[in-house]
Design a binder for this molecule. Sequence first.
Ligand SMILES: [Zn+2]
Length: 403
Amino acid sequence: MQIFKKLMIISLLSSFHCAIYAEPASTQHRVVAPKCLLKKINATYTTLASSKNLHFIETNDAGIDALIEAKQNQTTPCGGFMDVTHAWENDGKKMNANHNAKSFLAAYETFPKTSLTTSYSIKYPTEVATLLKQSNPPYMWTRLQGLSSYKDRYSRSDNGVKAAQEIKAEVEAMAKNHGRDDVSTYFVTTGSYKQPSVVVKIGTSNQPGVVIGAHIDTLSSTFENKPGADDDGSGTVTVLEVARTLLSSGMHFNKPIYLIWYAAEEVGLVGSQYVVDDFKQKNIPVSAVMQFDMTAYAHKNDLTMWLYDDYTNKELTAYVETLINTYVKTPVKHDKCGYACSDHASWTQKGYNASMPFEASFRTDNPDIHTSRDTMEKLSLAHMTNFAKLGLAFAVELAEPSN
Ligand SMILES: [Zn+2]
């Protein structure tokens, strides 16, 4: 419906193109998307290259809206898409003297193998248990109330920027209150999108680090409010709770922990691609990535945690299952969500080991995301707390406590 209304407005405006003002030209986007998703969209695009499962296309803003709609409405796992406009302009030109679309697309179909060999094992049960006792579910609930009271956290809106600034300031205040001088925070900009991603580094070592992330943004509130309580307010506060517990614990680690709140996920994993580029440019080594995108909707009160097996690392996912069995003690099941369904895919595509624990199976996740009905009363604080515990166990075990 949204898309239809928008198309009506654009076509009305363009039919009066000699009126007093002109509708700003729609931005052109380069996108990598699975063929199964493109089959479902009702928008025009030009195919630049094709591979086994993917198309590399050029489209406009209406095409992006149609992809978002198709991603949300799929009933069998097909996946999402990556807006690779920036990568095409940069890596694409660097990689291929003749800017070859086919070889550019090949890097999205098969991933490089990471050079980092890490053995994942359970080594710090005492330290993890100490931190799990300090979990504070009411803090998460209060923070989620704050985040979901924004009209939207859209990546092109001032609200979206404010939400990112608020998260950064909050973690800085936590570090200050607990006298931590080993915490650094910075924004990573997102090209033409206003909203920056927020990166927090705990620890000063340059050894291979642990990344735990969620996305801040929602879709635009042009037609209805977008509280985004579950998608992805839940993941956002799950990571905030990991930050709060780590920083108030006084525990220090041999390896750094990067907590990341990504901008502009909904519009094609744009923020996370900029973040991964930034890590690559600075040569920051990473041993493991965890993505929290929707952690609080428990279908029929089922607190099973679901691990997604596509576009994630097999060994790391098996390790996350061990962490859940050891520390969270809730049932675990596996599912698939298709191509690039959240920010972990930006890491996977560049050869990092990533994992994605999720609130439900593909078919039983929150039916109200991307609408004004994505509100808190449908969410389970117990479910969300379990994900925060998993994040803590993941951080402590892989970053190795030093005291
Ligand atoms: Zn999401």
